[in-house]
Design a protein around this ligand. Structure first.
Ligand code: TPP
Length: 574
């Protein structure tokens, strides 16, 4: 058997796990590992400019590929800089393995230089964490970490490694385990067949059924059976912010996103439904608008891999714990086995009602103004058109995020990448970089705002070093737009610190980093300049687009109301 040091075992384990990319930043406590990495050609390391960006890059990679992203950080400030990215991944159930250097074992607890309790700090925001106590445990711990991160309900795993565990002088026999052995961890592999049959019968008898599908369908690779089932039953489908793309966005059965900024039709259909099939979704507060008045007439079927997500905020009538892909496949089989179809008259009358709500207009109508001002909605519609709806689109957090979710037509899963749970400004750009690295031939666009982009703008430098020609679509309204919208609606337009009086010249800034910048201030330039930007396949292009700062995101649900209670514009409500 081969003899390797702890540091070499970390690196070799990653190779044997099939990892290709590591996103990270070196420092004292992790230097032995970096030295071992120097000698390992199979792994590509991306040196970011801030550790937060490393975690978001790993996260973007994970969301696009379904595989855990890997991060290296040093102890102390390196580790704490990674915390926001770990929390972002945790809230959205994204697989990630973070390896943090730690001060040497005999220094732990002495307030040593760059010592911080990474296990303690990260405990509430990880699926699991390990500290290495014996270097020889490293291969086994690494195998377990990947298994935990990627299986069941995915999530981030931290491995904290004291420096002495990676000492190049101490060598151990290395072999990478084929399987992880974890006695107390056994995620469900199949749903309960009796419950699945009951659910199938309930769906067949429903008069006003709705499928409410979330990010779990994307994470669980279940878009195909979900779409097949929706088609078989001719049932309307709505997606959460995290679920967009799991059902084709331009399909007639798609009602748009639901929730706080969901479509009029989706929120009304939810309110009036009699059977709700929730798949890989967690009834979070941005969706249900308060539990008390939520879907008053609905019987609820809830499929989720995580039993803790079921009946957490809304009680399920038929809970089904299991991987969404296998449960949906079993449900399809049960529907076919029962052999009956939903009553066609009942189906037709539900669709008639939905089509009345939907009208002939757009899913998210907006006032396009006098034609001179650039509306943020129009930017996203143009982006969707120019990229044929096929781009990977990441976003930051704010109004631009909601506009991207509403107006881009996502027809495929894993293409819409945003921080839904934590709502992390600064996420979009590094996430786009993580995607671009793995999908160099695809268009990758980061939709952002002038507030959010400045939270990780230093990564422009990383993009030049590693040749990551993403496109940055900056909806520049000059203000922290979403904050301002709330200040308009709740605080009588008292704009307390939501205006950045000084902003950089973004075009000059990106040019200084070695990229292409374009400013768009006139509506007629929007499409041609965007086409020009996407035609520059090998260049990072930053489009700084001056958009209407007075625009609000609508619909917006009214607090403490039901799903159907919404503002539809600044003056109209349901
Ligand atoms: C790290 C972080 N800090 C604060 C917030 C609160 N927040 C949510 S949206 C928003 C404004 C975002 O402004 P900008 O990026 O310019 O986007 P816009 O809303 O104008 O489209 C803020 C401050 C957040 N989500 N994340």
């Amino acid at each position: 058997m081969e003899l390797l040091s702890g540091a070499e075992m970390v690196v070799r384990s990653l190779r044997d796990q099939g990892v290709k990319y590591i996103y990270g930043y070196p420092g004292g406590a992790i230097l032995h590992i970096y030295d071992a990495l120097f000698k390992e050609p199979a792994l590509t390391h991306i040196l970011v400019r801030h550790e937060q960006a490393a975690t978001h890059m790993a996260d973007g990679y994970a969301r696009a590929t379904g595989k855990a992203g890997v991060v290296f950080v040093t102890s102390g400030p390196g580790a704490t800089n990674a915390i926001t990215g770990i929390a972002t991944a945790f809230m959205d159930s994204i697989p990630m393995v973070v390896i943090s250097g730690q001060v040497a074992s005999d220094m732990v607890g002495t307030d040593a230089f760059q010592e911080t309790d990474m296990i303690g700090i990260s405990r509430p925001i990880v699926k699991h964490s390990f500290i290495i106590k014996h270097a020889s445990d490293i291969p086994e711990v690494m195998k377990k970490a990947f298994y935990l991160a990627e299986s069941g309900r995915p999530g981030p795993v931290v491995i904290d490694i004291p420096k002495d565990m990676t000492n190049p002088i101490d060598k151990f026999e290395y072999s990478y385990p084929k399987k992880a052995k974890l006695r107390s961890y056994a995620p469900a592999t199949r749903g309960h067949s009796g419950q699945i049959r009951k659910a199938a019968e309930m769906l067949l008898a429903a008069k006003r059924p709705v499928v409410y599908a979330g990010g779990g369908v994307i994470l669980g690779g279940a878009s195909t059976p979900l779409t097949e089932m929706a088609k078989l039953l001719n049932v309307p489908v709505t997606n959460t912010l995290m679920g967009l793309g799991c059902f084709p966005g331009d399909d007639r059965q798609f009602l748009g996103m639901l929730g706080m900024h969901g479509s009029y039709t989706a929120n009304l259909a939810m309110h009036h439904c009699d059977v709700l099939l929730a798949v890989g979704a967690r009834f979070d507060d941005r969706v249900i608008n308060g539990a008390a008045k939520f879907c008053p007439n609905a019987k609820i079927i809830h499929i989720d891999i995580d039993p803790a997500s079921i009946s957490k905020t809304i009680k399920a009538d038929i809970p089904i714990v299991g991987p969404v892909d296998s449960v949906l496949a079993d449900m399809l089989a049960a529907l076919k086995d029962i052999g009956t179809q939903p009553n066609p008259d009942v189906v037709a009358s539900w669709w008639k009602q939905i089509d009345e709500w939907r009208g002939n207009g757009k899913m998210f109508p907006y006032d396009s103004g006098d034609g001179n001002v650039i509306k943020p909605q129009a930017v996203i519609e143009t982006l969707s058109e120019v990229t044929g709806g096929n781009a990977f689109v990441t976003s930051d957090v704010g109004q631009h995020q909601m506009f991207a979710a509403q107006y881009y037509r996502f027809n495929k899963p894993n293409r819409w990448i945003n921080s839904g749970g934590l709502g992390t400004m600064g996420f979009g750009f590094p996430a786009a970089m993580g995607v671009k690295l793995s999908f160099p031939d695809d268009d990758v666009a980061c939709v952002t705002g002038e507030g959010s982009i400045q939270m990780n703008i230093q990564e422009l430098s990383t993009c030049l070093q590693y040749d990551l020609p993403v496109k940055i679509i900056n909806l520049n309204n000059g203000v922290l737009g979403m904050v301002r919208q709330w200040q308009d609606m709740v605080y009588n337009s008292r704009y307390s610190h939501s205006y950045m009086e000084s902003l950089p010249d973004f075009v000059k800034l990106v040019e200084a980093y070695g990229h292409v910048g374009m400013r768009i201030t006139d509506l007629k330039d929007l499409k041609p300049k965007m086409e020009e930007a996407f035609a520059m396949k090998n260049r990072l292009v930053f489009l700084d687009i001056q958009v209407d700062a007075s625009e609000h995101v609508y619909p917006m649900q009214i607090r403490d109301g039901a799903m159907r209670d919404m503002w539809l514009s600044k003056t109209e409500r349901t």
